[in-house]
Design a protein around this ligand. Structure first.
Ligand code: FAD
Length: 435
């Protein structure tokens, strides 16, 4: 029986451990902090929880403005944090049970690799020998080289706030910056976002950037092409002046690769180098998830880790990075694709959003979002950008259909639930009628 040791029980390590155990491997999963990693304990689930409260406030204010309800919503931030922690604790128990019930041995402790003797040492004490090792140690906040950066907090500190900051400065121009700007501006903060270059440049769409800034982020000013000179405990000094507020460093993450320092090849961005089978420069060591850099998302991390285990089991498989659906969770979801085929652009269509769940009460003010779709010369969808309430769900199923080679013509007989506000399928139907 192959002895597989996995370090890190985030989405990558945990899913790989269950897959390995279910396919006849003897699996030990080692975690130094909490099961389910950054995703449950610091990142995705924290954003999800806070965003739901923010949306509740947005909807309540909108209905007040329309005069159809009268309410005065006040939030209790420490209570929100307490309830998030309580929920995380509950999910951790479920995750641990799910993992161990597959036959995985779950060990709590900090792992160190002794590659020469093919073993992992936990808490300087216990030893676990391996035939194959999978390193899924994830990533941590990137700390840029800026004077006074120690005065800035990161996503790891969000649940420690005692109150909602009156003025918040977010450094960074990616999803995390946008998501926390939406959350805290809905909670009442005045937000300034400072970007070194362009805000949300991964969307590659100025209309989307403008729509988000004007409609989905209130009390928020976005500053692009800003140089930060210093961060003080109460402000940021930039090349254009000083801005007051509590400072949030949202400049991205850096791989936790030090565990394999001097053992395998690590690139200049600190990512562990792997081949297409997720194998490192050591024959028996594989790596997956945030620790190898690339696209940082929970589903991609899981896919990579499971692919690594399948290769250990003798298959010859590679991760599929084409058309990866991504979402920025704001008042509406902003869904887009990474890894789409830019060479085969074909025809593009755009439509405003439709009234339906999540958007009906924003129709009078014209805030219904929009969707753009590109269909290639083979009538396959090659790109989607959608700002709509349910785009995050719709986009992944559209990608699956496209990868299964369903053309827009296959959507002629698509039956949806009505009313739905999502327009991704409707655009495909439009293409099938008018292409
Ligand atoms: C603010 C924020 C929001 C995000 N939101 C989303 C989202 O909505 N959707 C999405 O898909 N992705 C989101 N992501 C990205 C997602 O969280 C990561 O891509 C994902 O968690 C990576 O999984 P992983 O298993 O590779 O690493 P991690 O989740 O980082 O887990 C690594 C684990 O390894 C453990 N570990 C490290 N070193 C050792 C050691 N020596 N011994 C033992 N254990 C060790 C760590 O304690 C950790 O638990 C977000 C990221 C951030 C920062």
């Amino acid at each position: 029986m192959t002895k597989l040791v996995i370090i890190g029980a985030g989405p990558a390590g945990r899913f790989a451990s269950m897959y390995g155990a279910e396919h006849g491997m003897d699996v030990t999963l080692i975690e130094k902090n909490h099961i389910a990693g950054k995703c449950l304990n610091q990142a995705c689930m924290v954003v999800c929880a806070l965003n739901e409260v923010a949306r509740h406030i947005d909807d309540s204010q909108n209905m007040n403005d329309l005069g159809i309800i009268q309410s005065d919503v006040k939030i209790d931030y420490p209570k929100i944090c307490e309830k998030i922690r309580e929920t995380q604790k509950k999910i951790r128990k479920i995750s641990e049970k799910e993992t161990t019930s597959c036959g995985v041995e779950y060990v709590h402790g900090t792992a160190v690799v002794d590659a020469e003797n093919m073993r992992v040492i936990v808490n300087d004490d216990d030893e676990y020998e391996y035939d194959k090792l999978l390193v899924c140690t994830g990533s941590s906040p990137f700390i840029p080289d800026i004077k006074g950066i120690e005065n800035a907090f990161t996503y790891k500190d969000i649940l420690k706030f005692k109150e909602v900051p009156e003025d918040l400065i977010i450094i960074g121009g990616g999803s995390t910056a946008a998501e926390y700007a939406h959350i805290f501006s809905s909670f009442g903060s005045n937000v300034n976002i400072l970007c070194r270059s362009q805000f949300l440049k991964m969307l590659d769409d100025t209309e989307a950037e403008e729509y988000i800034t004007s409609n989905l982020l209130k009390n928020t000013i976005v500053h692009e092409n800003v140089e930060i000179l210093e961060i003080t405990p109460t402000s940021v000094i930039t090349n254009t002046g000083e801005i007051k507020g509590k400072v949030f460093n949202a400049t991205g993450v850096i791989p936790n690769s030090e565990i394999l320092d001097g053992i395998v090849d690590i690139n200049i961005n600190k990512a562990i180098e792997v081949d297409k089978h997720l194998k490192t420069s050591d024959e028996n060591i594989y790596a997956a998830g945030d620790v190898i850099g690339g696209i940082q998302s929970t589903p991609v991390s899981r896919m990579e880790a499971i692919t690594a285990v399948r290769n250990m089991l003798g298959e010859d498989v590679v991760p599929d990075y084409s058309m990866v659906p991504m979402t920025i969770s704001l008042g509406y979801d902003v869904s887009y694709l990474l890894g789409y085929d830019v060479s085969n652009i074909g025809k593009q269509a755009r439509t405003p959003g439709a009234p339906g769940p999540g958007s009906f009460w924003y129709t009078l003010s014209g805030k219904v979002g929009f969707t753009k779709e590109v269909v290639d010369n083979d009538k396959l969808i090659s790109n989607i950008l959608s700002i709509s309430p349910s785009s995050n769900v719709a986009i992944s199923y559209m990608v699956k259909a496209t990868k299964d080679k369903q053309t827009v013509n296959d959507f002629e007989n698509f039956i949806e639930i009505h009313p739905t506000s999502d327009v991704i399928e409707k655009l495909a139907e439009y293409f099938s009628r008018y292409e």
